[in-house]
Design a protein around this ligand. Structure first.
Ligand code: PBG
Length: 325
């Protein structure tokens, strides 16, 4: 007889046994699927993000219906305008690509899918920065008004929630107060609170054609070695009125997600960003990893670290796969 005190393997013996003691799981209800809509007339696949499409206005609502049929109940929306200019005016025009798309999507799916537009200027500015630029600097306070205009205009078009991703200081309070004074006090804000300056956004910038034309985003997005600063950013956003806070990117910042879970009790989201997606796809296409296993493992790592909600480009394929299981 051996004298092993604890036998962990007893509870790992069969699938049924493992399911019984499993601590975390991912549900379709936790997923937000990021989608791109373009003002150009044709849809096209994003070459660095296999399986992710820039949808034209012609097919965006069908694409959202397909996601709904797979069981996705929330999408994040990014717009790609035909025209960019220094003030990013297409971001806050009621005739811009995002409001147009929201109206079409809402007509098709009604309340069954939440439409959450990303609020930022970088897809719309010719210089590719997230705010107004003067003498090579990204100006904070003058940018707030434009972001708030975009938010109001998206909610007018039918957005269910808005998600500011610009990282300007004070934007949550500013946007909240503008929404409230436009009788939009019931629309929640999901704040990209701890958003790090990251190389993992590379494929997104190709997708949205939003690479900064000079410099980088380090004067407004967070410096990756910092941990306490993330908690300060998140508490500030909560004080300013955020309903949901977010950590972004996901995998390289799981520690921040865990810290946030322990500190805050409001819903916590994580963004599994474009570069994280592309790395998995590239390795899978080369036959180097088993994509399904790896995606399952990545998604549950977010839940284990403490996330309530997961923004991921894997959402559609994952949901389809779970449906057919
Ligand atoms: C806009 C925005 C970006 C992402 C989400 N919103 C790009 C950036 O900040 O450069 C990145 C999403 C991704 O990489 O999947 N500010």
């Amino acid at each position: 007889m051996s004298s092993i005190l604890r036998r962990g393997r007893r509870l790992r013996s069969t699938n049924a046994m493992r399911s019984l003691v499993r601590e975390n799981s991912v549900s379709k209800d936790d997923l937000i699927y990021p989608m791109f809509v373009t003002e150009y007339s044709d849809s096209s696949e994003i070459s660095s993000m296999p399986g992710v499409i820039r949808h034209s206005l012609r097919d965006i609502s069908t694409a959202v219906e397909n996601a709904a049929n797979a069981g996705i109940s929330a999408i994040m929306l990014f717009g790609i305008p035909l025209q960019k200019n220094p003030l990013g005016t297409e971001a806050y025009s009621s005739d811009g690509i995002v409001p147009k798309a929201i109206r079409l999507i809402k007509k098709a799916v009604g309340d069954s899918v939440l439409v959450i537009p990303d609020v930022c200027l970088c897809e719309y500015t010719s210089h590719g920065h997230c705010g107004i630029v003067e003498n090579g600097k990204v100006l904070n306070d003058p940018t707030l008004e434009l972001l708030a205009r975009a938010a109001v205009c998206y909610v007018e078009a039918g957005a269910d929630m808005i998600a500011p991703s610009d990282m300007m200081d004070g934007r949550i309070a500013y946007i909240r107060s503008e929404l409230d004074s436009n009788c939009m006090q019931d629309t929640p804000i999901m704040a990209y609170s701890a958003k790090y300056a990251s190389g993992f956004y590379g494929p997104f910038r190709e997708a949205a054609d939003s690479t900064p034309q000079f410099g980088d985003r380090r004067s407004y997005q967070m410096d990756s070695p910092n941990r306490r600063e993330a908690l300060r950013e998140m508490s500030l956003d909560i004080e300013e009125g955020a309903d949901i806070i977010m950590v972004k990117p996901g995998l390289p910042y799981l520690d921040i997600l865990r810290d946030a879970r322990e500190r805050f009790d409001i819903p916590l989201a994580v963004y599994n960003v474009s570069g994280e997606y592309s790395m998995v796809k590239a390795a899978a296409l080369n036959g180097w990893i088993d994509e399904n296993r790896v995606v399952d493992e990545i998604l549950v790592s977010f839940k284990r670290a403490g996330a309530d909600l997961i923004l991921t480009y894997h959402a559609l394929e994952w949901a389809n796969r779970k449906q057919s299981n």
